[in-house]
Design a protein around this ligand. Structure first.
Ligand SMILES: Cc1ncc(COP(=O)(O)O)c(C=O)c1O
Length: 453
């Protein structure tokens, strides 16, 4: 028979669970401290702590040292990526290209591609899509440092997020560990949380994941899979130089584990840097998409997989979505084969570099090294990242709190997207407002707070 306290903590967990379900504790809210809930439910703080631990193992809540326990939910991802297109809002939150620059080219490509529709192209396709569209993916990725794949090992997905989810599902099981950069793209954390994989953060320096730390992490936590974003890393902006890429590949090779290289920002490098997967033909999965270079609406993603894994990954894609819409790949094919896609990507690269230079005039304390779409900004003392993001929103400025990216909950930063705002004038205005808020006394600003989340 189970001990009485064992039954009690499970009962408490069920009570909290039903409060989460009924909206008493909405997603992302902080749960009451152990002592407070223990008093209310007439139990001990230890029993509440055990209930929180159980719910944390079930991915319903998340605990952070020194900050408390929070309710999980998909809304975590939606609050980091705020896509408001309200004219009055300064959107420094969403990481996307400056889309107004791409509209005429896209309208033209859609017109051109309409005439290419055939009954074969609008039907179901074998594997993850039509061969000619896989050819398109090979052409795109090889332009930015990937050794060309074949139409056999190049697979089509609905964007990079879909590719990451499919690969996590194909290469790991619930309960397995995935190693990522300590600060990482929240979409990876959301997949791991939803699919019940553990995440371990690998320390970074100015060149990205540190090889010695990766080695230690592998020996200590035995991850099945390492996921890295080697170019213009989200959120730090760090780009791994070639030498570091070779070192990371060596470690992966020695340990017989998988690597997923999410190279969605590779096109932002001034000169192509060879992909890590070039040194890992048997263990590396290269992921990219057209979302950042052309537009997110295309939802065109590409995986280059080791030949031995093509059947497994294809089966997962087929099970999830059957195949990514060939209509979108027809448009992508038109843009890539005409060469326009590369011109558009280059324009965005130049715009990002220009915006980085402007942002550094307003925010000289930024430490972001790169030339990419975003900045990783340390907050001045007195400001706490979530409070800052909330207060900025009260001022109609959208930024992303560092907490969404942090596997160790130790940073105090915000991430700023520099290319979502179309007009240069509005961008400068937003920077000016942001600068004022950053240099305001938090105590004074917070006392005027009118609109908490
Ligand atoms: C590192 C990284 N990977 C993947 C994605 C998702 O890309 P997609 O729109 O192609 O799904 C993003 C989007 O912000 C990202 O920053």
């Amino acid at each position: 028979m189970p001990a009485v306290s064992e039954i009690k903590f499970k009962q408490i967990a069920r009570t909290i669970e039903s409060r989460i379900r009924d909206g008493v504790y909405p997603p992302n809210t902080k749960l009451p401290p152990h002592r407070v809930l223990a008093e209310e439910l007439q139990t001990t703080p230890v029993t509440v702590a055990k209930a929180y631990k159980l719910l944390s193992e079930q991915n319903q809540v998340e605990s952070f040292v020194g900050r408390g326990t929070f309710v999980c939910g998909e809304s975590r991802l939606s609050s980091v990526i705020q896509s408001s297109d309200d004219e009055d809002v300064y959107n420094f939150s969403i990481l996307q290209p400056c889309l107004s620059h791409h509209l005429p080219a896209l309208q033209n490509a859609i017109r051109q591609s309409a005439s290419q529709l055939t009954s074969q192209l609008i039907g179901y396709a074998e594997n993850s899509g039509h061969e000619r569209h896989r050819q398109t993916g090979i052409r795109w990725a090889s332009e930015y440092g990937l050794e060309p794949g074949t139409t056999h090992n190049t697979l089509l997905t609905s964007g990079a997020q879909n590719a990451l989810a499919v690969l996590v599902e194909s290469l790991t099981k619930p309960g397995d560990t995935i190693a990522v950069e300590t600060l990482t793209y929240p979409g990876i954390l959301a997949i791991a949380s939803l699919k019940r994989r553990h995440v371990v953060g690998v320390q970074m320096d100015e060149h990205g994941m540190i090889p010695e730390h990766l080695q230690q992490s592998i020996e200590q936590h035995h991850p099945k899979l390492v996921i890295t974003v080697p170019s213009h890393q989200n959120p730090t902006g760090i780009t791994m130089p070639e030498e570091r890429r070779i070192q990371i590949a060596d470690i992966i090779r020695q340990h017989h584990i998988w690597l997923v290289e999410d190279d969605i920002y590779g096109f932002l490098n001034e000169k192509p840097i060879p992909a890590i997967c070039n040194w890992l033909p048997e263990q590396g999965f290269h992921v990219t998409s057209l979302s950042k270079a052309i537009c997110p609406a295309l939802r065109c993603g590409f995986i280059k997989a080791p030949s031995s894994q093509v059947a497994t990954v294809s089966a997962h894609i087929r099970t999830d979505i059957w195949l990514s819409s060939p209509l979108n790949f027809i448009i992508a094919e038109e843009l890539i084969h005409s060469g326009q896609a590369f011109e558009l990507a280059e324009r965005q690269r130049l715009l990002a570099a220009e915006r980085q230079a402007i942002a550094k005039q307003y925010l000289p304390e930024t430490t972001t090294p790169g030339q990419g779409y975003h900045l990783w900004l340390p907050l001045p003392s007195g400001w706490q990242q979530e409070r800052f993001a909330m207060e900025a929103q009260n001022h109609r400025i959208l930024v992303s709190s560092g907490s969404y990216f942090d596997t160790q909950q130790s940073c105090n930063h915000i991430r700023l997207s520099l290319t979502a705002i179309h007009s240069g004038k509005k961008f400068r205005e937003g920077m000016e407002k942001l600068n004022q808020l950053l240099h305001a006394d938090p105590a004074t600003v917070l006392s005027y707070q009118t609109n908490p989340f």
